[in-house]
Ligand binder design. Structure first.
Ligand code: GUN
Length: 288
């Protein structure tokens, strides 16, 4: 048996076209959503992600500005910039690219982002709202994964979803969103002794552990849907996900490719969050 590659590019293109249409409608009323991105330091992967985010904004008609700050920037300077952006009416979404340099406290910086402009859903108030199912901003990578599952027509309710990874950005919030969709959820991580056995019970297996090609066919139940969140630079210089794609495709039902699915979907959800945040600022009902 051989599984299918999920057509991430097509799903991304469809949703971005929907978002662009919505932005065109807002611009026709002289309303333009705006996103500010802060990048501190010179991490090459972060620089690529930030460039992709700015390009996606431009393509969708969303105003964006990128604040590239040197590694020597102090925490106080970042907080000062956030204070300015929090009060800037052109800006509806603020994103601080992580990781930050070691001398800057990530928690203090995230705390300083206005709850209403936190398009990453990293602020403790938004994370708390997510926990109790009240929030209307959803974290980008987990929301993108749920969207992919829905757009391929996957049933989530009643299924066993196994998440490998427990980060604040992906693993933990993804588990919450899968629960919200009525899946039965198991979270595994680096200290779980029998990951293979647990993963093999999954109808939906999401891997966000940050180890290139770790998950092979031994982790996969025949016919399962496998979502690969990883993006690793291998020793040979090639990019690879956390999933050994060719091997897993032999037993899985459907697998997301890397690159070309979860990464661009994350950015797509960022665009959606920015537009929704702008609509809330203008008192336009979200979803209209
Ligand atoms: N670093 C890795 N992923 C992300 C993300 O989704 N948002 C931000 N701000 N930083 C990240």
């Amino acid at each position: 048996m051989s599984g299918q590659t999920i057509n991430g590019k097509e799903i991304v293109a469809t949703i971005r076209a929907e978002i662009k249409k919505e932005v065109d409608g807002l611009i026709a009323q002289d309303l333009r959503p705006g996103l500010a991105v802060i990048l501190v330091g010179d991490d090459p992967a972060s620089a690529v992600y930030v460039r992709n985010k700015a390009k996606a904004c431009e393509d969708a008609g969303i105003y964006s500005e990128v604040h590239r700050l040197p590694d020597s920037t102090s925490e106080a300077e970042v907080l000062q910039l956030l204070d300015k952006l929090n009060r800037d009416e052109r800006i509806h979404g603020i994103l601080v690219q992580l990781p930050l340099p070691k001398h800057i406290n990530e928690v203090s910086v995230i705390d300083a982002i206005s709850v209403d402009k936190d398009v990453d859903c990293f602020h403790p108030v938004n994370v708390g709202n997510l926990m109790i199912g009240k929030g209307d901003v959803l974290p980008c990578t987990p929301a993108g994964i749920i969207e992919v599952l829905k757009r391929i027509g996957a049933q989530i309710a009643g299924k066993h979803a196994v998440v490998i990874g427990r980060s604040n950005i992906v693993g933990k919030p993804l588990a919450l969103l899968l629960l919200r969709e009525n899946a039965t959820v198991t979270v595994c991580h680096s200290k779980t002794p029998n990951i293979k056995e647990i993963a093999r019970q999954a109808d939906i297996l999401a891997v966000a552990i940050g180890r290139g090609r770790m998950v092979n066919r031994d982790y996969v139940k025949p016919g399962a849907i496998v979502i690969d969140v990883g993006m690793n630079r291998m020793e040979d210089g090639k990019l690879a996900g956390d999933v050994d794609f060719d091997d897993v495709l032999q037993v899985a039902g459907q697998v997301t490719p890397v690159p070309g699915c979860v990464g661009p979907m994350t950015i797509t959800m960022l665009l959606r969050n920015t537009v929704n945040s702008a609509k809330k600022a203008w008192r336009i009902p979200v979803g209209s």
